[in-house]
Write a protein that binds this ligand. Structure first.
Ligand code: FAD
Length: 338
């Protein structure tokens, strides 16, 4: 069967709530499919989740492949992989995108190895383009773009021969489009066929821990780096964040030094944020940190080093000691808001 140029997105949902990354990926998939003159398919697995299908269509899906089954109520690798693989064999998608969440990172390699497809993890960019190798020309491949070698190069990876072309993308990296409530699409119900071995693992109990912070969706982030100096000084970062109504972020060096927990880390191996305002305090601005925050609408940087790389992307630059600057900012803000 010829490839129908379908761009698939695995739709992650938890108790009927769609993961934001899945909607972001639908927006991106729409862009890619338009370029390919193809279709966007959302693969929605779960139990009693049919009502989510319309939302997926509003965000850009042409087709929702709906696998609604009691065995899919809670994520388990094997039943979910079984559904995806059966559908991949039947419909031969051109591209398959998943969120780089714990679920996506578990499921994507399982599917890729069984389907013998190429997979690039943690992409920061996806484009369509041509490729030539040893005199052979490939049109309209998926460029899977991501930092490599510790962030020192940006690699563009292609899978010329295998399908689907698979990639995972972290939450917050792709821009979320506006939903169009008038869009219509097709909902295709699929009947999963499980082998007994797929169901060997039973989930007896689940404990959900609420996240320690809501960095991803914060409109203001105040972040501290190694320049904060010690855990006690981090209270300055918390204080400024509290006054401004923002969340607290951190560089990896601050996390490694034990100033703050890993959930607060912004960057390539942390969270990607896109706030209205990002205040970087005592952060040098290494490429791996910038990868997680350079899409912020406005950036204020406070640093004692006037040549710190963070100043290259900052809109407002304050050269000074954060231990003096932050209390001044807090005082000024409080006075202004009186
Ligand atoms: P430093 O680079 O040590 O900078 C401290 C800054 O504070 C300096 O610019 C200094 O001038 C300034 N300063 C010192 N004292 C003061 C003061 N009193 N007042 C004001 N300024 C002061 N890093 C991340 O952040 N996020 C990631 O996700 C991430 N992922 C990585 C993945 C890989 C594979 C690798 C190899 C690295 C990764 N890193 C990441 C680490 C990254 O390369 C940098 O080492 C890290 O971002 C540096 O953190 P920093 O800017 O806080 O510390």
């Amino acid at each position: 069967m010829a490839h129908r140029r379908e761009v698939w997105v695995f739709i992650e949902q938890e108790e009927g709530c769609i993961a934001p990354v899945s909607l972001e990926l639908l927006s991106k998939a729409r862009e890619l499919a338009d370029r390919l003159n193809g279709r966007v398919c959302g693969l929605l697995c779960g139990y009693q989740v049919a009502e989510l299908a319309d939302t997926l269509i509003h965000y850009g899906a042409d087709v929702v492949l709906l696998a609604d089954h009691p065995e899919l109520a809670v994520y388990r690798t094997l039943p979910y992989a079984r559904v995806a693989l059966e559908l991949i064999r039947e419909r031969e998608p051109y591209i398959f995108l998943l969120g780089a969440t714990p679920v996506g990172r578990d499921l994507a390699p399982r599917i890729a190895s069984a389907a013998r497809a190429g997979l690039t993890a943690d992409c920061t960019g996806l484009q369509i383009g041509d490729f030539e190798n040893k005199g052979k020309r490939y049109a309209d491949l998926l460029y899977q773009i991501r930092p490599a070698f510790g962030g020192n190069v940006i690699a563009t990876i292609v899978n010329p021969e295998t399908r689907p072309q698979m990639a995972t993308v972290r939450e917050g990296v792709m821009r979320l489009g506006e939903p169009d409530n008038h869009r219509t699409g097709e909902i295709v119900r699929v009947e999963p066929h499980f082998e007994p071995a797929d169901l060997a693992l039973q989930v007896l109990e689940r404990e959900m821990r609420p996240p320690a912070c809501n960095l991803r969706h914060a409109s203001i982030v105040v972040a501290g780096g190694a320049g904060v100096g010690c855990k006690e000084n981090f209270r300055l970062i918390y204080e400024l964040a509290q006054v401004l109504g923002g969340e607290v972020g951190a560089s990896r060096a601050a996390v490694d030094a034990g100033f703050i927990s890993q959930e607060h880390q912004v960057g390539q191996t942390g969270v990607t944020v896109r706030p209205r305002l990002y205040i970087a305090c005592g952060i040098s601005g290494a490429v791996q940190h910038r990868a997680g925050m350079d899409q912020s609408a406005k950036i204020i940087a406070i640093n004692t080093d006037p040549d710190a790389p963070i100043f290259r992307i900052a809109h407002y630059k304050i050269v000074g000691d954060l231990r003096e600057v932050i209390p001044m900012m807090i005082r000024a803000y409080k006075e202004m808001s009186r």
